[in-house]
Design a protein around this ligand. Structure first.
Ligand SMILES: [Zn+2]
Length: 111
């Protein structure tokens, strides 16, 4: 059976109580939702770095497909956002700026 992993802490569906699905293949577990609730209630929670070096091998292997799927999905979201900007006749130069690339690179990448 294919495991689903939390996109934030990497734990699989067998390691957490619940996992909720979000856009682009993202999932969030009950533990990470609780951390979010604490933050939303105004408490300071230090941000966690993505640190797969400490994850068990099975968790790392199990998360690869989901990470790849999420990355691919977000590449598609980026392309659709650029398409929407181009439909509004926003220039390649303006699109390139927040991406930190040249106008030419933006045109080559997205046109
Ligand atoms: Zn989590």
């Amino acid at each position: 059976m294919k495991r689903i992993h939390c996109s934030f802490c990497g734990k699989s569906d067998s390691e957490v109580e619940k996992l909720a699905a979000g856009p682009g293949g993202l999932h969030i577990c009950d533990g990470c939702v609780e951390t979010c609730r604490v933050i939303m209630d105004g408490s300071e929670v230090p941000p966690k770095e993505f640190d797969p070096g400490n994850w068990p091998t099975d968790r790392l292997l199990g998360s690869l497909e989901a990470l790849d799927r999420t990355a691919e999905s977000y590449r598609e979201h980026l392309a659709r956002a650029v398409d929407a900007l181009r439909a509004r006749e926003v220039s390649w130069a303006r699109i390139a700026e927040p991406l930190g690339i040249s106008r030419q690179s933006a045109w080559e990448r997205f046109s």
